[in-house]
Design a protein around this ligand. Structure first.
Ligand code: CUA
Length: 328
């Protein structure tokens, strides 16, 4: 794409806003948005140059009369400044309509016919649940897809309106309570893809970042097999104590760990937590010190998150950390 992207522009301006990169070959409407941006810049620049030129050209000079000649009406000019913007707007309207119709697959339109969803995405304050109904696996915040395949995604919300935005993989799609939306995600090449929640949904809106890993079909099958296996049982004394604490407290009412009695669905599935890259939907990388800080006081790490501060002792934090890190 020859145009400078809006994300690059924001970072050049030092806004500190990071916008996930998009590939406009996949989403033509993205290219149109950038065309619109630069067309607007060109019009604004033209107006600016004309104003500065007029100020300079018609500035007051020695020997001028007190009042400049007064002019009323100019039919060719008036027709010109009416017709030119009308034509420009008509062209933009036509292009916008065309791209809207060709790239929108919302509400099932344009979905592969009669094909059930590959992934059901459920938005929660403030994390993402990914359920693969055909494969029987569930994960949170981080999900895998095979490359070069249309992935039919059903988007739902558990509480308020969110918006799943994986710009390099497909459209933005609202997650609306009581409504089911559909979209297609497509990864052109293997790698990891960042996303964001694109609809303000509360205190931690900024930290519900979906993260996709696109893999070759063979790698994806390996990942699916891994996800379907139960996590290893804890072996160290510390991790065993952590498991005992987890299973005898309210952790199990909110979280699921496959193969145990923990089957809550309010909070992220932790079955393979140890193999995830991030904690708290992107707020921290999944490292021992970070996990300890999170367990010690989730509200300090991610204020407004629904997980309360359980006032755990350092020993309990160490035990839970050892247990959770072992869930691979
Ligand atoms: Cu979820 Cu914003």
């Amino acid at each position: 794409m020859a145009y400078l992207s809006i994300g690059t522009l924001l970072s050049l301006l030092g806004s500190g806003v990071s916008v996930p990169a998009a590939d406009s070959n996949i989403i033509p409407i993205e290219g149109y948005t950038e065309f619109l941006l630069w067309a607007s810049v060109a019009v604004a620049a033209l107006v600016g140059v004309l104003v500065i030129w007029a100020i300079w050209r018609y500035r007051a000079r020695a020997g001028d009369q007190e009042y400049a000649p007064q002019i009323h009406g100019n039919t060719p000019l008036e027709i010109g400044w009416t017709v030119a913007p009308a034509v420009l707007l008509a062209v933009l309207f036509g292009l916008a309509t065309y791209f809207q119709l060709t790239s929108s697959r919302s509400a099932g339109a344009g979905l592969p016919k009669g094909r059930p969803p590959d992934i059901i995405v459920i938005a929660h304050q403030f994390w993402w649940e990914f359920r693969y109904p055909k494969l029987g696996i569930v994960t949170a915040n981080e999900f895998h897809i095979p490359v070069k395949q249309d992935i039919v995604v059903q988007v739902e919300s558990d509480d308020v309106i969110h918006d799943l935005w994986m710009p390099a993989l497909g459209e933005k799609m609202d997650a609306v309570p009581g409504q089911t939306n559909y979209e297609v995600l497509y990864a052109p090449k293997p790698g990891s893809y960042n996303g964001a929640c694109a609809e303000y949904c509360g205190a931690e809106h900024a930290w519900m970042r979906p993260y996709a890993v696109a893999q070759t079909p063979a790698e994806f099958r390996r990942w699916v097999r891994h996800e379907k296996t139960l996590p290893a049982k804890p072996t160290s004394q510390l991790a065993k104590a952590g498991e005992k604490y987890f299973m005898s407290n309210t952790c199990i009412d909110c979280h699921t760990i496959a193969g145990t009695k923990a089957n809550g669905r309010v909070a992220p599935d932790l079955t393979h937590f140890g193999s995830r890259k991030f904690i708290g939907a992107g707020v921290m990388t999944n490292r021992t010190q970070n996990l300890k800080a999170f367990l010690k006081d989730p509200q300090a790490v991610k204020p407004g998150i629904l997980m309360p501060d359980f006032h755990l002792s350092d020993q309990q934090v160490n035990e839970l950390t050892a247990y959770l890190e072992g869930l691979k």
